[in-house]
Design a protein around this ligand. Structure first.
Ligand code: TNX
Length: 528
């Protein structure tokens, strides 16, 4: 009789155990290793949670995700042994490396740092979304390919409320993107409060109107005052919010070009003295900061002083792109500077400008990032280069042993159209960069040696917003391309697979829907 009972139990067990190969574990970005195990974990209202004291804020996020997904509020336990979900510190794991283990009666998420545990939580969240409260047993060991995984957002061309900036960060965190590059100043608007120079936001935060059409060769404007800015309190709130979600915020203060809004506020820092206006149209403007005027440098140092108190990041981005030299050629002070400093031309003058800013940032313990134009006229000694005009700048910088972040326009610009046929697409800057194209981008150039490739610290997607008036539009342009970006930034090339990615993306849609993201839904039929 006992024998019969045992046979029954074994048969019962067997029939309840799902066939492992049929169980989907769809995670984006694809983890380093996924090993399916036998069994099921049942998430119920009596499932409880323990978090090591280091991971209390992460545990709050996990609670939130579980509540959103299956409607259960996990009670917390003081002791690990009594809880079915445990967030555990494991000092043997590297930065950002995590292990998620789902067993019959126990889920553990291990990491050594808060970020690692948070990435484990994001993985578990995707599993719960896909399987609801019946989770397949699995061991996921994971760690990122690149240390720098970035997304940029231009708030100069259009301004978005803080609530959206936070949602943007939530979207980054979901995809294990660990850096938010906040492009805060532009020709069309200065968006960060600087206490010492209030006009930057009072004047520079607003433009008289936005271009709405053309009449022959002249442009038409809507005449609606447009703009806004973030207070220092709001900036601090964003920085903190992002950090809690594993995301570091790097500010960008553009110089010497893209400075019309600043010059409209303080015309004494331009070559001609003004008056200048906050730009209403888009493009590149001839008026830039005067490189011959000492006061310009002091002004920018003051601005950076305040910026550095708000952003604890190791890096500060100083722009450096698209700076016409027309005004400097005409400006006696700039020409005097060229002579005095024994510079060859205006390109070297720009290099002088950028190097001065780098010296200042370095003296405060910060490192400088600039767009790849900072290579022209000589690279500042410790600069990190963002390669946007293709990959050539990045390759040259890596060869010169400078850190590089790859962000080439052809592959990771999310202001480009995402479909070939644009008849039904909202107006964009131009270009065509499909999800597939993003997915197939390989950030390590094969022309670099193994040694040189080490200087490529990561990859970033850029969101320029000339034609993105609303948060909805930003979401439409960035999702799902950000999913492809996350996989090139996180997953080893040998583990990438376009077909598999498309399949897994369908599961991630559930999270997009839950987060009310206005992603480009129609793309799912034409991913290619
Ligand atoms: C170039 S990318 C720019 C931006 C524009 C963008 C439009 C870069 C460093 N500068 O100012 O918004 O093209 O795609």
């Amino acid at each position: 009789y006992t024998h019969f009972l045992w046979v029954c139990i074994i048969v019962f067990q067997f029939s309840c155990t799902p066939k492992q190969e049929n169980v989907n574990v769809n995670i984006i970005p694809q983890p380093l290793s996924v090993e399916k195990q036998a069994g099921i974990f049942h998430l119920t209202s009596s499932t409880s949670l323990y978090a090591a004291p280091e991971f209390l804020s992460e545990s709050d996020l996990l609670k939130g995700f579980i509540k959103e997904t299956v409607g259960v509020t996990l009670p917390t336990k003081e002791k690990a042994a009594t809880a079915q979900i445990q967030l555990i510190q494991n000092p043997s794991l590297k930065e950002e490396e995590y292990i998620v283990s789902v067993q019959e009666n126990l889920i553990t998420i291990e990491g050594n740092d808060g970020r690692a545990v948070l990435w484990g939580i994001q993985t578990l969240r995707q599993l719960v979304m896909q399987h609801s409260s019946t989770l397949p047993a699995v061991t996921i060991k994971d760690q990122p390919r690149f240390g720098y995984r970035g997304m940029h957002l231009d708030v100069g061309r259009h301004m978005y409320p803080i609530s959206f900036i936070k949602k943007y960060i939530d979207i980054l965190s979901l995809h294990k993107i660990n850096t938010f590059h906040w492009h805060l100043t532009e020709d069309q608007g200065w968006r960060i409060e600087i206490k010492k120079y209030p006009k930057l936001t009072e004047v520079g935060g607003f433009r008289k109107g936005t271009v709405v059409g053309h009449h022959g060769s002249s442009q038409q404007f809507d005449g609606q005052r447009y703009g806004g800015y973030y207070t220092q309190e709001e900036v601090k709130e964003v920085v903190k919010y992002a950090l809690e979600r594993g995301v570091e915020t790097i500010p960008e203060i553009e110089l010497p070009g893209h400075a019309m809004a600043a010059l409209a506020s303080y015309p004494q820092f331009g070559c001609s003295g003004g008056p200048y206006e906050v730009a209403q149209t888009f493009g590149v403007f001839e008026e830039v900061y005067c490189a011959g005027n000492e006061a310009t440098f002091h002004f920018l140092e003051d601005v950076l002083d305040e910026v550095m108190t708000l952003f604890p990041s190791k890096y500060i981005h100083i722009g450096g792109d698209e700076c016409p030299k027309t005004q400097w050629k005409k400006c006696p002070k700039c020409q005097k500077r060229i002579k005095q400093e024994h510079l060859k031309d205006e390109h070297e003058l720009q290099s002088y400008f950028v190097q001065r800013m780098e010296k200042y940032l370095n003296s405060k313990g910060k490192r400088m990032i600039g767009w790849d134009e900072i290579l022209e006229g000589g690279l500042a000694p410790n600069a990190t280069v963002m390669s946007w005009r293709g990959t050539e700048g990045g390759i040259a910088a890596a060869k010169a042993h400078h850190e590089v972040i790859m962000t080439p326009g052809d592959h990771v610009y999310f202001d480009h159209y995402q479909t070939e046929d644009i008849t039904n697409e909202p107006l964009q800057v131009g270009g065509y960069t499909s999800v597939k194209e993003v997915y197939h981008y390989e950030p390590l150039p094969s022309t670099l040696s193994k040694e040189e490739q080490k200087y490529i610290i990561g990859v970033q997607g850029n969101v320029w917003t000339e034609y993105m008036k609303t948060p909805d539009k930003v979401e439409y342009m960035m999702v799902p391309r950000i999913a492809a970006l996350s996989e090139i930034a996180w997953t080893n090339p040998q583990d990438k697979n376009w077909k598999g990615f498309k399949h897994r993306l369908n599961s991630l849609r559930l999270v997009y829907d839950q987060m009310s993201i206005n992603y480009a839904k129609h793309l799912f039929n034409v991913l290619g």
